[in-house]
Ligand binder design. Structure first.
Ligand code: AMP
Ligand code: ZN
Length: 123
């Protein structure tokens, strides 16, 4: 499936998807890309993004329900593959900042996945 027409040419994460900006990739399929956060807060900190450009959680529609379901099932698998220890002693945190008051800086929908031994730099 092609997502050529679902990108924003000014978006930094769309540029990462297209390979125009380098990233340390953890996982990629037709629908999602996961890569390490450039400024990690925790020993393990990566981002998962849909390849379709969606600016934020506030932009999702009913048509995105299946994609969201697949994403939520993918993240726990990626967290373990990235080195997070299993629940309950290990685990991880999933965060999606939305809008200005939510602390969102990059306006391409993304999930932060953070884990690894504490203390963390933040959170
Ligand atoms: P947010 O504040 O939720 O929008 O988070 C944006 C995240 O993207 C921050 O944690 C940044 O460190 C991360 N980030 C920005 N640019 C890059 C990049 N080129 N590669 C990897 N992570 C990035
Ligand atoms: Zn984008």
């Amino acid at each position: 499936m092609s997502h050529e027409n679902e990108r924003d040419p000014n978006c930094i994460f769309c540029k990462i998807i297209e390979g125009k900006i380098p990233s340390k990739k953890l996982y990629e399929d037709d629908e999602f890309l996961a890569f390490h956060d450039i400024d990690p807060w925790a020993p393990i900190h990566f981002l998962v993004i849909p390849k379709k450009h969606r600016a934020s959680m506030a932009h999702l529609t009913d048509g995105d329900a299946a994609m969201m379901g697949r994403l939520m099932l993918l993240i726990p698998k990626l967290a373990l593959e990235a080195g997070c220890e299993p629940y309950p002693e290990g685990g991880y945190r999933i965060v999606t900042n939305t809008g200005k008051n939510g602390g969102q800086e990059v306006h391409h929908l993304h999930w932060h996945v953070m884990g690894g031994p504490r203390p963390w730099l933040r959170g």
